[in-house]
Design a protein around this ligand. Structure first.
Ligand SMILES: Cc1cc2nc3c(=O)[nH]c(=O)nc-3n(C[C@H](O)[C@H](O)[C@H](O)COP(=O)(O)OP(=O)(O)OC[C@H]3O[C@@H](n4cnc5c(N)ncnc54)[C@H](O)[C@@H]3O)c2cc1C
Length: 465
């Protein structure tokens, strides 16, 4: 397997002395988890914390953190801006619970890292949600009013005059701040969770891919050098799930997020950068998101550039972004005080975008001993903590708020089949680009672009009520 690790994972592995352990031989397990990303790791940790005697095993086809969990922007964000979609899908009470749970997850992750001495550069310093043009302005107010009515609003309006100083960019015209957010070195978080899972007794086998799953009782997970017989199985393989279980192919579109990071520019950031440790997100559908790092770099990401034909996942994680020039244009626009020559590196990864913009969980083919969770849609750093609780609770056969949660009803809708999906995605992507370009220039958007852009759905911006 040819591997291109993200900037973060290379950095995390350089500080990591953990030896690679692969599976050699046949073993039994109470619970076998496939996938060494946040979802698999949190599930394992939750299981061991609840029932320490369980034998829990994780297999990861590459290194822990080599999927999205080591590739992402490290922006810890919540579902508060998705409240309208949550309410539409699951009703007010459940939506309220999910928003509150996503905020709780942020502080739980912070506390967990402190308690277990995970040095993941985590800073819960909040998030700015902004509008950069009149078309984007006002989108958050109705959402905030609803959150306020329910007593769960954490957003406060920011004085527009102070926004450039707080966000490090003069393009923001309107902004809201929530303290329930932050930033983290994502791969260090994944590797730290791996260490804690092992300390709790979880066996972790890297470079051990599941090639086939026999849906027997116990289930058999076939790898190149051994078979795991497991009473319970959790599939936490993100969009790679679609490679082995093509029935999910129409529930997910794999779409890239592309990122650039500068060399250390601490003086420039101290003078004109965003608030240290805070994340900044604009209101585009193909959102810009950025933050600083502890060693004085600036990271900028942008979603929605490349759509994978037939949902091939691995080629999406191939290192250097093919959209670097586009990101450089965004960078120059956002940060004229910096130079694009400060950019040290770019990379790209694929996000599992579901039809709702929310993850879904369920049992595979109705089996009561095989569970899965995917579809975080680019919002998973904090939300995988909830995913881990859902999957652990399902595995343990518990009846609680997590097993009764609205997300635990399998996929909720299909994208069209190929080649229509890819062609449609291209049409929508291009319409969104034209629309967002016109809006930024305060030009009129054509009706057809407006209509096509609506099809992109709510991800990346405050949902409409
Ligand atoms: C480029 C990018 C930027 C993002 N930015 C943000 C952000 O700033 N904030 C945010 O909240 N979210 C962000 N996300 C989303 C977030 O990273 C994900 O939702 C989250 O990491 C998903 O975790 P996971 O454990 O479900 O998946 P992954 O981390 O992808 O883990 C799945 C693992 O399964 C392994 N695997 C697959 N198949 C097999 C097999 N057959 N056998 C064994 N192992 C297998 C893979 O190698 C992988 O390590 C971003 C995503 C991407 C791609």
């Amino acid at each position: 397997m040819k591997t291109h690790y993200s900037y973060w994972l290379k950095q995390a592995l350089a500080d990591d002395s953990q030896k690679i352990q692969t599976l050699n031989g046949n073993i039994d397990a109470d619970v076998a988890i496939v996938g060494g990303g946040y979802t698999g790791l949190w599930t394992a940790i939750e299981l061991k914390q609840k029932q320490p005697q369980l034998k829990v095993v994780i297999i990861e086809r590459d290194r822990v953190g080599s999927g999205a969990s080591g590739y992402n922007g490290g922006c810890l964000l919540t579902w508060s801006t998705k409240y309208p979609t949550l309410k539409k899908l699951f009703g007010e009470q459940q939506a309220r619970w999910l928003v509150a749970e996503s905020e709780r997850a942020i502080f739980e992750i912070e506390q967990f890292c402190q308690q277990h001495e995970i040095d993941a550069e985590l800073r819960c310093h909040g998030s700015y949600y902004t509008a950069t043009n009149p078309a984007q302005s006002g989108g958050m107010q109705p959402v905030i009013a609803e959150l306020e009515r329910l007593g769960i609003n954490s957003w406060q309006s920011t004085n527009p005059q102070q926004l450039p100083g707080l966000t490090g960019s003069a393009v923001h015209k309107e902004g809201y701040f929530s303290p329930a957010a932050g930033s983290v070195q994502p791969a260090k978080l994944a590797r730290g969770l791996m260490r804690v899972a092992q300390e709790l007794g979880v066996e972790i086998y890297e470079q051990t891919a599941m090639r086939k799953l026999s849906e027997t009782q116990p289930a058999k997970l076939h790898t190149d050098k051994g078979v795991i017989s497991a009473k319970q199985v959790v599939l936490a393989t993100n969009a790679w799930m679609l490679d082995q279980f093509p029935e999910f192919k129409r529930n997910i579109v794999v779409v890239s997020s592309d990122m650039v990071i500068t060399k250390p520019v601490p003086d420039a950031l101290a003078a004109n950068g965003p608030q240290p440790g805070a994340t900044v997100v604009d209101s585009r559908i193909f959102v810009h998101y950025y933050r600083d790092t502890l060693d004085g770099r600036l990271m900028l990401g942008k979603g929605g550039n490349h759509f994978s034909f037939a949902n091939k996942v691995s080629p999406m994680f191939k290192g250097e972004s093919r959209y670097r020039a586009l990101l450089e244009r965004s960078f120059a626009w956002l940060f004229p005080q910096l130079s694009t020559s400060d950019i040290q590196e770019s990379w790209t990864g694929g996000s599992d975008r579901s039809t709702t913009g929310l993850p879904f969980f369920g049992s595979l083919h109705g089996h009561g001993h095989i569970y899965y969770g995917l579809g975080y849609s680019g919002n998973g750093v904090a939300q995988t903590r909830i995913g881990g609780k859902i999957l652990a609770s399902l595995t343990l056969g518990e009846d609680n708020a997590y097993t009764r949660c609205g997300l635990n009803q399998g996929p909720r809708g299909n994208f069209p089949p190929e080649p229509l999906r890819w062609l449609g995605a291209m049409m929508v992507r291009n319409a969104v680009r034209r629309k967002e370009h016109a809006e930024q220039a305060e030009r009129r958007v054509s009706l057809i672009d407006r209509w096509l852009a609506e099809l992109a759905g709510p991800a990346g911006k405050a949902d409409k009520l």
